[in-house]
Design a protein around this ligand. Structure first.
Ligand SMILES: *Cc1c(COP(=O)(O)O)cnc(C)c1O
Length: 396
């Protein structure tokens, strides 16, 4: 038995996406910049993909730029808004403490270049409010960047409200929507989103391709210099097969959002219910205002890494937080940001489902996690101290 419950790290490609890709590898192999007919067929495919990606977001095709993925889109959006702001003397940026590292590390780079960054802390439920964003906006604020849905705890932010606040105050609003696109309905115009990052491999598309939506009127700064592809804003021969695979996967995911959500919420809530029976455990993030497939919990007295290895041995692929920080001994910055103490944050487990998971897999996973947590606690000196009252439980 192999249960894949790490869909926030990456997803399996859908048949539709694979088929779309292979046909563009076999047949339409031209370079869209070539003037001959083979090239022009590729150029037509590229514009067709751009229209479809735009339509799924409620954007205009000219507002879509293809990139190598979520990280590149985040980098380009933030650097562009910062550069634009700096020209008008605006060098203040607002974000949150639980963003993805593609955002946080870009902000660190800008800090070294003289920008001032305000990072808002989410509430214990893993959500920040539009009022908190409004209170942080200053006359010199160039950009607000707040993720749509958190990649570790799955909590969904009040994006439309934050967008409205930014619009009213004339501040550019970017959202890292990598976890949200294909899972939650998005309309950039209705939600007042100026810039949005997305990545194909988080919705059953190929890895290494994504898009940046940037509202007309916001000047983009190049991250990659070279040819005039993507209207001069992103050089490099377009990865047509990947872009076509992304468009196909996005069409499919966006068409099935409601159907998938209904299925996923049942499995998610059953997982939370079953795992909450484990004593001294806690759910991270709001229980309902979260991605339909996301479960994230802490179990006191265990190490997340050991839990993952033993679960893997039982056939369950899970994560302790983000794939990007595993391998380091630091606890998740996301769990720390919602106020979990270090020793609790170390005992975290993230299970992220997709519509292909089944209720049988959910029941098996609950049983496996219960067994492994019990086993690890039996071996843990910390757990024995807690049981004997030599130490106080943090999670009641
Ligand atoms: C996965 C992810 C990214 C990075 O996307 P890549 O395409 O892997 O570069 C950025 N932000 C969030 C929230 C993510 O989940």
């Amino acid at each position: 038995m192999q249960i894949y419950a790490d869909n926030a790290a990456t997803t399996k490609m859908s048949r539709t996406a694979i088929d779309a890709m292979t046909s563009y590898m076999n047949e339409v192999y031209g370079n869209p910049s070539s003037l001959h007919s083979v090239g022009q067929r590729a150029a037509e495919a590229l514009e067709d993909a751009r229209e479809r990606v735009a339509a799924n977001l409620g954007a205009k095709p000219r507002e879509i730029y293809f990139t190598s993925g979520g990280s590149e889109s985040d980098n380009q959006a933030i650097v562009s808004a910062a550069t634009f702001g700096a020209k008008k003397g605006k060098k203040h940026i607002i974000s949150t403490a639980f963003e993805h590292h593609a955002v946080l590390h870009t902000l660190d780079k800008l800090k070294k270049q003289g920008f001032e960054v305000t990072l808002l802390d989410p509430h214990e439920c893993g959500i920040i409010t539009a009022a908190e964003v409004a209170a942080a906006i200053r006359d010199d604020t160039a950009l607000v960047t707040v993720m749509y849905a958190n990649n570790e705890i799955g909590t969904i932010q009040p994006i439309a409200e934050i967008g409205a606040v930014c619009k009213e105050r004339g501040v550019i609003f970017h959202t890292d929507a990598v976890q949200a696109v294909g899972h939650i309905k998005i309309n950039v115009k209705e939600q007042n989103i100026d810039m949005l990052s997305l990545s194909a491999h988080k919705f059953h598309g190929p890895k290494g391709v994504g898009a940046l939506y940037s509202r007309l009127g916001i000047p983009l700064t190049n991250i990659i210099e070279g040819g005039a592809q993507e209207r001069g804003k992103r050089a490099g021969t377009e990865n047509i097969p990947a872009i076509m695979g992304m468009a196909a996967a996005m069409d499919e995911a966006c068409a099935k959002i409601d159907e998938n959500r209904e299925k996923l919420v049942k499995m998610r809530d059953r997982l939370i219910e079953g795992l909450s029976e484990i004593p001294h455990s806690i759910v991270n993030g709001d229980k309902t205002c979260r991605l339909p497939g996301n479960v994230n919990m802490c179990f006191e007295g265990i190490e997340g890494e050991s839990l993952l290895l033993l679960l893997d041995a039982k056939g369950v692929c899970a994560s302790s937080g983000s794939a990007c920080t595993s391998g380091s001994l630091d606890p998740s910055h996301v769990l720390l940001s919602i106020g979990r103490p270090h020793e609790v944050a170390h005992g975290s487990l993230r299970l992220t489902l997709c519509e292909e998971n089944t209720m049988e897999e959910v029941e098996y996973t609950i049983k496996a996690v219960k067994e492994v947590v019990e086993y690890l606690r039996e071996m843990s000196p910390v757990w024995h101290d807690l049981k004997e009252g030599k130490k106080q439980y943090v999670i009641q």
